[in-house]
Design a protein around this ligand. Structure first.
Ligand SMILES: Cc1cc2nc3c(=O)[nH]c(=O)nc-3n(C[C@H](O)[C@H](O)[C@H](O)COP(=O)(O)OP(=O)(O)OC[C@H]3O[C@@H](n4cnc5c(N)ncnc54)[C@H](O)[C@@H]3O)c2cc1C
Length: 346
C-alpha cells in the first residue's frame, strides 16, 4: 500500500525542489499536497497529477502487473536489476490500455521477448517492462503455406511446427533463441538467411496504443535491422514453401549440429555481442586484435566463437558492457573499424 505523505509548500522554490523529490519517490508514495500561496495552485495541480500517476497506471490491471520485478529472471544472461512495473498482459485490449496510460503519463516502456539479445543494467529499468508471454500472444497456426504466429511465440516452436507441416523457409534459423517479436525486431538470422524474406506481414501496436497491420510491401529488412520499430509486434505471418517434411527435418538437424558446435545456440549465460562489419565477421576482428578468451570480472570471450560473451555467477552487467567497450576501442585503435553492438543495452 502507498504511504501518504503530507507536504506543505509556501514558495515557488519549495514547489520546484519538491517536484524533483516527489518524482523520485512517487513510485512508493501517495501525496497530500498543500500550498499557502494561491498563485502556485496551477503548479501544484501538475505536481499532484504526476504524484498520483502510479496508481492510475495500473488500476484495473493489478492481475497482470508485478512491482519491482528482478529482470535477471527474464534474461538469457540472468542479469538485470528491478523493473518498476513488469506486465504480462493477457489480451491486446489490456496491453492497449496500459500503453495509452503510459503515453499519457510519459512513463517509459520496454518490450521484452525471451531476453536473449538484451543486456540490462544492474540498476534495472525505471518504467514498465512488458512481456507477451500469455497464450493470446503465443499461438501458432498454419493455413496452406501461411504460418501465423504470436509475437511472444518461441521461434524454435514456429520452426518445428513449419517443418512438421512440410513448410520450408525458416529451418535455417534453427538454434537462434528467442521469440518471433525479438527475431522480427532485429531481423535475426545467420549468414545469408534472415527471418525478413519469409515474412508476409505483421500486426503491431503503436506507442499510441493503436493496432495496425503492416503488409509485406511496407516492410523493409536489412542486416540485423527491420522497419518494424513500433512498440510491440503482436503477430506475424510467414509465407513458406511446400517441401518434404522428412528432408526439412534432416536439414534442420544438420544445421542444429553445426550451430551447436560453433556456439551459436546455447545455454543461459551466453550472449552475442556485435554485428559483423561490412561482411567481415565480428569474431574474426576480435581474434585479429588478440582478444580471444579475454576475461573481465565475471565476463569472458568464448573460446568457441569470439563474438560470444560468457558470464559466470559473479558477473555484473557492467562487466559485460566494459568488456564490449574494451573490444570496440581496441578494434578501432588497431584496425580503424567501428563495431556496432548487436545486443540491445537497457
Ligand atoms: C546463444 C545465442 C545465440 C544467438 N544466435 C543468434 C544468431 O545466430 N543470429 C541472430 O540474429 N541472433 C542470435 N542471437 C541473438 C538473439 O537470439 C536474437 O536477436 C533473438 O531474435 C532475440 O529474441 P528475444 O525474444 O530473445 O528478444 P529480446 O532479447 O527479449 O529483445 C531483443 C529486442 O527485441 C525487442 N522485442 C522483443 N520482443 C518484441 C516484440 N514482441 N515487439 C517489439 N519488439 C520486441 C526488444 O525490445 C529488444 O529491443 C543469439 C543469442 C544467443 C544468446
Amino acid at each position: 500500500m502507498p504511504m501518504p505523505v503530507k507536504l506543505s509548500l509556501i514558495s515557488s522554490e519549495e514547489v520546484a525542489s519538491c517536484l524533483s523529490f516527489t518524482l523520485t519517490v512517487s513510485n512508493q508514495a501517495a501525496y497530500d499536497l498543500a500550498c499557502s500561496d494561491r498563485k502556485f495552485e496551477g503548479l501544484l495541480d501538475t505536481l499532484k497529477a504526476k504524484c498520483t500517476r502510479p496508481m492510475d497506471l495500473t488500476s484495473g490491471l493489478e492481475h497482470i502487473v508485478r512491482r519491482d520485478e528482478p529482470l535477471s529472471r527474464h534474461t538469457w544472461f540472468r542479469m538485470g536489476g528491478l523493473a518498476d512495473y513488469f506486465v504480462e498482459p493477457t489480451t491486446v485490449d489490456e496491453l492497449s490500455v496500459l500503453v495509452t496510460r503510459c503515453g499519457q503519463n510519459q512513463v517509459p516502456i520496454k518490450l521484452l521477448g525471451a531476453g536473449s539479445n538484451v543486456l540490462i543494467s544492474d540498476d534495472g529499468f525505471r518504467g514498465v517492462v512488458i512481456r507477451l508471454a500469455a497464450p493470446a500472444f503465443c499461438s501458432i497456426e498454419t493455413d496452406g503455406c501461411l504460418v501465423t504466429a504470436g509475437g511472444g511465440a518461441s521461434l524454435a516452436h514456429v520452426i518445428s511446427t513449419a517443418v512438421r507441416e512440410g513448410l520450408g523457409g525458416l529451418e535455417s534459423l534453427v538454434g537462434i533463441p528467442g521469440t518471433i517479436g525479438g527475431a522480427l525486431h532485429g531481423n535475426s538470422g545467420r549468414q545469408h538467411a534472415d527471418i525478413g524474406p519469409a515474412t508476409h506481414g505483421a500486426k503491431v501496436l503503436t506507442r499510441a496504443g493503436e493496432v495496425h497491420w503492416r503488409s509485406r510491401d511496407e516492410l523493409v529488412f536489412a542486416y540485423r535491422q527491420s522497419s518494424l520499430d513500433e512498440l510491440a509486434i503482436l503477430e506475424a505471418q510467414f509465407q513458406l514453401e511446400r517441401a518434404d517434411s522428412g528432408e526439412l527435418t534432416k536439414q534442420m538437424q544438420k544445421l542444429w549440429i553445426m550451430a551447436k558446435s560453433s556456439q551459436t545456440t546455447g545455454d543461459w549465460g551466453v550472449g552475442r555481442m556485435f554485428k559483423n562489419s561490412h561482411g567481415v565477421r565480428a569474431a574474426d576482428l576480435i581474434e585479429q586484435v588478440g582478444m580471444k578468451g579475454t576475461q573481465l570480472g565475471g565476463a569472458s570471450i568464448s573460446d568457441k566463437n569470439s563474438n560470444y560473451v560468457i558470464v559466470d555467477s559473479t558477473a555484473s552487467s557492467s562487466d559485460v558492457l566494459n568488456l564490449m567497450e574494451q573490444i570496440q576501442e581496441r578494434i578501432d585503435l588497431q584496425l580503424g573499424i567501428q563495431l556496432d553492438r548487436e545486443i540491445d543495452v537497457w
